[in-house]
Design a protein around this ligand. Sequence first.
Ligand SMILES: [Zn+2]
Length: 56
Amino acid sequence: MAQVSKNARIGSAAHKHECPCGGEVKMKSVFTSGKMRNMAVCEKCDRRERRPRDFR
Ligand SMILES: [Zn+2]
């Protein structure tokens, strides 16, 4: 049981998201016009979306 298929992760992990570029998407808190907002940011290509699920 050492190997885990890549497909096994998709749909099972609730808080793990991946960018199409292969990087890991992390939630960040950003101040925008006086408001705290959570943004999803890809570590690899620095792409930003409002929600992690927007990465496809
Ligand atoms: Zn990316």
